[in-house]
Design a protein around this ligand. Structure first.
Ligand SMILES: Cc1cc2nc3c(=O)[nH]c(=O)nc-3n(C[C@H](O)[C@H](O)[C@H](O)COP(=O)(O)OP(=O)(O)OC[C@H]3O[C@@H](n4cnc5c(N)ncnc54)[C@H](O)[C@@H]3O)c2cc1C
Length: 366
């Protein structure tokens, strides 16, 4: 149904490359247009949760992911003021495994697989209008031109939160630590290269630009965490080149498809990073879009794709937005929340993973 169709994909991020690969595997002839002069192998770590890993397995990238990714053993909520673990939730029995991956590695494995499948990647080409093709996939990220063409302009709302991302050389066990402090939190996890990925979030009124390329002074990051425990202070002292980005709430795009256009990933549904789902939802989009088009063709497949995705991504985005409030508690509510987490970890250690089953257990390729 999609075989032999001409497909133009705008954007070579994870959403664009995964969709290009999935459609090429269905026999489509695919070109990817990327505005950057080279494939943007920038960025720090990503958490590939089982729902995203299932798509990568389906795309034939399971072994490459195993080679480059690090299997996560646990998620550990930490008291960022004392440095003590509040509890520990086991991830080691997830199937497929939950992994920590460097974004450049994931981009590289997707781009390599695309080229092997005959996908043409055209660099240094910024799309301002829809290219000629049977199908145009708008995978152009948070500032999507394609979303604007389908939906008009929407003004994102500053959430009152900014985030720094950085990597440092540091050995750490294969677990995601969530260091919780009043009005702030820091997530750390190791990558297979021996680096530790750090994302630090602060509530503040002064907003920062939304984007992935804004370098900041490491002193600003350290100044935001003067009361952090010694272990965190030590990590922050090692940060040399942090990037800062402002966290904005975008509405899910009302229109994702026309008779020859589909939006995927952040272009359709930007999410806050507090559930680690930006890349995973983009991977799910790629699989669902390719399968709907293979089964139903363009005319029926495109609306079915949007219908299949909207409720799920809306739920994931709401869950991500709620997490920051839980991490940032202060005063008596913080004490009560930590006691509750500790009790949950003792009495029902699998309850956390059970509660995440709707997210991690989903199979977009089924
Ligand atoms: C450079 C970069 C670094 C990132 N670093 C991190 C990170 O460290 N941690 C993290 O959690 N997430 C990071 N992300 C975001 C994360 O990868 C995405 O949220 C998620 O993977 C969904 O991806 P996407 O493909 O929908 O969008 P994106 O990953 O944003 O990809 C969109 C792509 O489209 C291209 N593009 C945009 N407009 C046009 C146009 N008009 N014409 C042609 N090309 C266009 C962009 O250059 C980009 O390559 C980063 C994104 C980028 C672009």
């Amino acid at each position: 149904m999609i075989a032999r169709s001409q497909v133009a994909v705008i954007g070579s991020g994870i959403g664009g490359l995964a969709t290009a690969l999935a459609l090429a595997m269905q026999g489509a002839s695919v070109r990817v247009f990327e505005q950057a002069p080279r494939i943007a192998e920038v960025g720090a770590g990503l958490q590939i949760t089982p729902n995203g890993a299932r798509v990568l397995d389906w795309l034939g990238l399971g072994d490459a992911l195993d080679a480059k990714g690090l299997r996560a053993e646990a998620v550990v909520p930490m008291d960022g003021l004392t440095g003590r673990a509040v509890t520990r939730f086991d991830l080691s029995r997830q199937s497929p495994p939950y992994r920590f991956v460097a974004r450049p590695d994931l981009i590289d494995m997707l781009a390599t697989a695309c080229r092997h499948r005959g996908v043409e990647i055209v660099l240094d080409h910024r799309a301002e209008a829809l290219p000629e093709a049977d199908l145009v996939v708008g995978a152009d990220g948070i500032r999507s031109v394609t979303r604007g063409l389908l939906n008009g302009d929407a003004t994102p709302q500053f959430t009152g939160q900014v985030a720094w991302r950085a990597t440092i050389a540091s050995a750490a066990p294969p677990e995601a630590r969530i260091w919780m402090l009043p009005r702030r939190h820091i997530v750390t996890y190791p990558l297979s290269s021996g680096l530790l990925n750090i994302v630090a979030v602060q509530e503040r009124s002064a907003w920062a630009d939304e984007g992935w390329h804004h370098a900041d002074d490491p002193a600003h990051l350290r100044d935001a965490f003067p009361d952090a425990c010694g272990a965190l202070q030590k990590l922050l002292m090692q940060v040399e080149h942090p990037h800062l980005w402002g966290l904005f709430q975008h509405p899910v795009a009302p229109v994702w498809v026309t008779d020859r256009v589909a939006l995927v990933g952040d272009a359709a549904h930007p999410t806050l990073p507090f559930l680690a789902q930006g890349a995973n939802l983009a991977l799910e989009d790629a699989a669902v879009l390719a399968r709907q088009l293979a089964l139903h063709g363009l005319a029926d497949g495109l609306p079915r794709y949007q219908a299949a995705r909207r409720a799920r991504v809306t739920r994931a985005i709401a869950a991500a937005s709620a997490n920051a409030a839980n991490y940032h508690l202060g005063g008596p509510r913080r004490v009560a929340a930590h006691l509750g987490l500790r009790a949950l970890g003792r009495i029902a250690p699998d309850a956390f993973i059970g509660r995440m089953n709707w997210l991690y257990g989903f199979d977009a390729t089924a």
